[in-house]
Design a binder for this molecule. Structure first.
Ligand SMILES: [Zn+2]
Length: 623
């Protein structure tokens, strides 16, 4: 009996560690993904190279293509089947998206996302899927297709797939591609492509149902597109047959643009208008090659104006319809954006950065973005810089967007604020735009409704908050309140350097920032990424003992952060005390001892109001 009693007491005495500073349970580091957050000595990823030939039939708006996928197995595993993405099946009659038949998502900030085809029935028809001349057995599940290999693909093995397909081009392709009649085509998610096979999940065939973007292998592309002769084409990759597709005059203007920081008009307004009105018979074939990209997109229209300039050897191009305003400034916006992101976060790695004006409300592809015409100049800049910011996240840093939108949309939104602050520096907008993150916090961080960042995008009720704004606020707080600008920027740059053209997981990001900054940040990631913890720092009271002033502080919420304390003295003097995060090591109360000899008449916590503190009324003494 006594023995049992002892055991019972021992069990009751064992309580869970509830400290905010307990270790975050991350996957154990290994030789693929190291403890420092860098790729390990055995890091591997698969490779997929594509040779595609496609023809656009504008009469029926049908795209027909054939492709060779060369798939290299760099994994240590033998593969007996592969998964292929066929995103056009989002618009198939029996798609998951149409079966769910949900209205567009409306968000607190006013954003609306319609991820459907707005009723358009399409879908891709796979005419053949062969290897070595043999048709392969396949099963489609929505936008994913499993293909049985003719024989197991061993580690270091290589296989070629020969695929032919066609699909009707939807007018509205889930907000990410589409067309306006037969005058403008913006083409993404258009060719069957490999699903990522990685060391964390194996195959990653999470279906594309709308929210939740892409996770793609890197490789080289050789793409040949045949279109009506009057169309001008912009695409991922470099034009490989310039003599066949551009006039002598266009080539001369383009050569001038390569040495110009100011835009050179390669196709002027008058030329675009005249060109668009002309009926050009026949077809023209364009060939593009791209190296080290995770996707390939293109756009085509007979109506494009075309401006170009260059920064540091990168050709900056804007294609837009004559009716689009304010697109004459767009090239300068793009030029500033590519320079700003390159100099701050890591050099842009490809030969051109191009944006196309059209129906898509904002979408990113390697070297190519789709941006609409927006009346308000600040909003126009924002969408343009945002889509180009995606060249860093996820085109260079190839994260898994389908699971972790905060690692691409969120990191990108954070760097976009820096770009907007730079472009509009000295204006009311430029100097205050980042404040909207705290306004959004008040609107969207509703207890009981808010979801943690780690929630999958398809489960998010407020994607604008969890995928975009909150992670941008998280990195702003990490920079301004925890690490300081220099340390923070060095750490984020190192994350970009380590993971460019690779596939980072959340733990790789956390570990890289902690390792480079030299700070344990498990408490920070837990609060911001895995929970919806809220912050409430407070001054409880102030007392004077001899010539020392005691400031009694408390942390009343679940989130911890360092404290910035403004101490005010008689005759209007004041100073700032930075109290490090270690202040909360012993619990949620802390006494700041200020030995000044001067008479303290007031104290304020977070005086510049950079924290999302949910109750500011208790931040000051006297109240
Ligand atoms: Zn985005």
């Amino acid at each position: 009996m006594l023995l049992f009693l002892t055991v019972t007491v021992a069990l009751q005495a064992s309580v869970a560690d509830t400290s905010p500073f307990r270790a975050l349970p991350l996957p154990a580091p290994n030789r693929v993904r190291g403890a420092s957050g860098a790729p390990g000595p055995d890091y591997w990823q698969q490779r997929a190279d594509y040779v595609i030939r496609a023809t656009l039939d504008t009469a029926g708006s049908v795209l027909r293509g054939s492709e060779r996928i060369r798939y290299a197995n760099h994994s240590p595993d033998t593969l007996r089947f592969v998964w292929i993405q066929v995103e056009q099946n989002l618009f198939a009659k029996n798609s998951l998206t149409y079966a769910l038949n949900q209205p567009p998502l409306h968000f607190a900030g006013g954003a609306v996302f319609d991820f459907t085809g707005k009723g358009f029935i399409g879908g891709i028809t796979i005419e053949r899927f062969r290897s070595a001349g043999r048709e392969l057995r396949r099963i489609e599940y929505g936008t994913m297709m499993r293909v049985e290999l003719p024989r197991p693909l061993a580690p270091k093995g290589l296989i070629d797939f020969d695929v032919a397909w066609h699909f009707p081009v939807p007018p509205y392709g889930g907000g990410r591609m589409g067309r306006i009649g037969t005058r403008l085509y913006e083409m993404g998610q258009w060719y069957p492509r490999m699903v990522v096979y990685d060391d964390v999940h194996g195959w990653n065939p999470l279906p594309y149902i709308g929210a939740g973007e892409f996770y793609l292998e890197y490789g080289d592309f050789d793409v040949t597109l045949t279109l009506p002769a009057g169309f001008v084409v912009a695409a991922t990759g470099t034009v490989a047959n310039p003599l066949a597709v551009w006039s002598t005059e266009q080539r001369a203007r383009l050569a001038r643009a390569r040495g110009s920081a100011e835009r050179v008009q390669v196709i002027t307004q008058a030329e675009a208008t005249a060109h668009g009105a002309r009926r050009t018979p026949g077809a023209k074939t364009w060939r593009f090659t791209a190296r080290n990209v995770r996707d390939f997109a293109w756009a085509a229209s007979p109506d494009f104006r075309w401006d170009a300039s260059a920064w540091n050897g990168v050709l900056i191009q804007t294609f837009y319809r004559p009716s689009a305003t304010p697109w004459e400034e767009a090239n300068r916006m793009a030029w500033f954006t590519i320079q700003h992101f390159s100099e701050t976060w890591g050099m842009y790695p490809w030969p051109h950065a191009t944006t196309v004006e059209g129906l898509v409300e904002g979408m990113e592809y390697p070297m190519l973005t789709f941006v609409p015409a927006i009346d308000k100049r600040e909003d126009q800049f924002w969408v343009l810089t945002h889509e180009f910011g995606h060249e860093w996240f996820p085109m260079m840093v190839g994260s898994d967007e389908r699971r972790y939108p905060w690692m691409d949309e969120g990191f990108n939104t954070f760097i976009d604020y820096g770009s907007a602050e730079g472009y509009f520096k000295g204006t009311a907008y430029g100097d205050t735009v980042r404040r909207e993150l705290l306004t959004d916090y008040r609107i969207s961080a509703v207890p009981g409704n808010e979801q943690p960042l780690i929630a999958k995008p398809v489960e998010s009720r407020d994607l604008a908050w969890t995928a975009y704004q909150k992670p941008a606020l998280m990195l702003t707080v990490l920079r301004d309140a925890v690490l300081g600008k220099e340390t923070f920027e060095r750490a984020l740059r190192e994350y970009v350097r380590r993971w460019t053209f690779k596939h980072p997981q959340p733990a790789d990001f956390f570990r890289t920032i902690e390792n480079v900054s030299g700070r344990d940040l498990d408490w920070f990631w837990r609060a911001w990424v895995y929970t919806t913890a809220r912050l409430d720092q407070a001054v409880d009271s102030v007392a004077t003992v001899g010539d020392t002033t005691l400031v009694f502080l408390s942390n009343r919420g679940q989130m911890v952060l360092p404290v910035t304390l403004e101490v005010r003295y008689a005759e209007g003097a004041s100073d700032i005390r930075e109290l490090p995060i270690e202040m909360w090591n012993l619990g949620s109360r802390f006494t700041a001892r200020i030995a000044t000899g001067k008479s303290v008449v007031g104290v304020v916590v977070d005086p510049s109001q950079i924290y999302p503190d949910v109750d500011r009324a208790n931040n000051r003494w006297p109240r």
